[in-house]
Write a protein that binds this ligand. Structure first.
Ligand code: SF4
Length: 239
């Protein structure tokens, strides 16, 4: 496994914010978002940094799945998030890990594009799929078709949370497209949640037209399935 870092912290996003999670940040990504704050997404790190209570170290990459499972064994019972980068680039290693470390509650943080990597094993073992929707203004790419195919592949998933990052340059036209996509998906999976996550920079939430637009949309949906939630990590100054 090519791992950038392993650490224990709080989940910083979505309605699960504030719950302790073990994070396994895998290196490498198939996208290049303009707001990406993860250097290892672009340049896989030769070292894995481990920040666990009473255990801080660096290990040379790649790590065996057995090594990662043994490092994390003391945290059995916690939630464990595969994050990145794009973790599904290493889907086969993740599948092996899932068999070796059964006593976690697994969370997959994904950019929602690698639909062919969603396997029956992942669908069975992952409790929550946090699927980003990447808008064209963020990536320079039109990923609607990939997102659609990813969402179809996720149909048997136990839980799906959709997340879109809003920046001051997010276009209202792509928000309209996103909303139509969401309405369509909600007809297929009633239990999905859509989180509008405003971008934070130096502990400040960046405002913009898209956030105002999202605010009005949230007010129109009474069942709480659409929300605005900022990331809590920068606000609390934690990893
Ligand atoms: S998908 Fe995530 S990790 Fe990849 S470039 Fe975009 S923000 Fe960075």
């Amino acid at each position: 496994m090519k791992v950038d870092e392993i650490f224990l912290s709080l989940q910083g996003e979505t309605p699960f914010a504030g719950i302790p999670f073990v994070f396994v940040r895998l290196s490498g990504c198939n996208l290049r978002c303009q707001y990406c704050d993860t250097p290892a997404a672009l340049r896989p790190s030769p070292l894995c940094h481990v920040y666990l209570p009473h255990h801080e170290t660096t290990l040379p990459n790649p790590l065996s799945v057995e090594r990662v499972a043994s490092l994390l064994q003391p945290f059995s019972g916690h939630w464990l998030s595969f994050t990145g980068g794009e973790p599904l680039l290493q889907h086969e290693d993740i599948e092996s890990f899932l068999h070796l470390a059964p006593h976690f509650r697994f969370w997959m943080e994904t950019n929602g594009t690698l639909f062919s990597h969603v396997s029956p094993t992942l669908l069975e073992k992952i409790e929550v799929w946090s699927m980003d929707i990447k808008l064209p203004s963020a990536t320079g790419l039109d990923l609607w078709e990939s997102h659609e195919r990813f969402f179809v592949a996720l149909q048997p998933a136990k839980a799906i949370i959709l997340k879109v990052i809003l920046t001051p340059t997010t276009l209202l036209s792509e928000m309209e497209t996103l909303w139509n996509v969401f309405q369509n998906w909600k007809r297929k999976r009633e239990d999905i949640t859509l989180i509008f996550q405003p971008m934070t920079h130096k502990k400040e939430i960046l405002l913009g037209d898209a956030l105002t637009w999202a605010y009005e949309k949230v007010l129109s949906v009474p069942d709480g399935s659409v929300r605005i939630l900022p990331q809590i990590h920068p606000l609390l100054n934690i990893r």
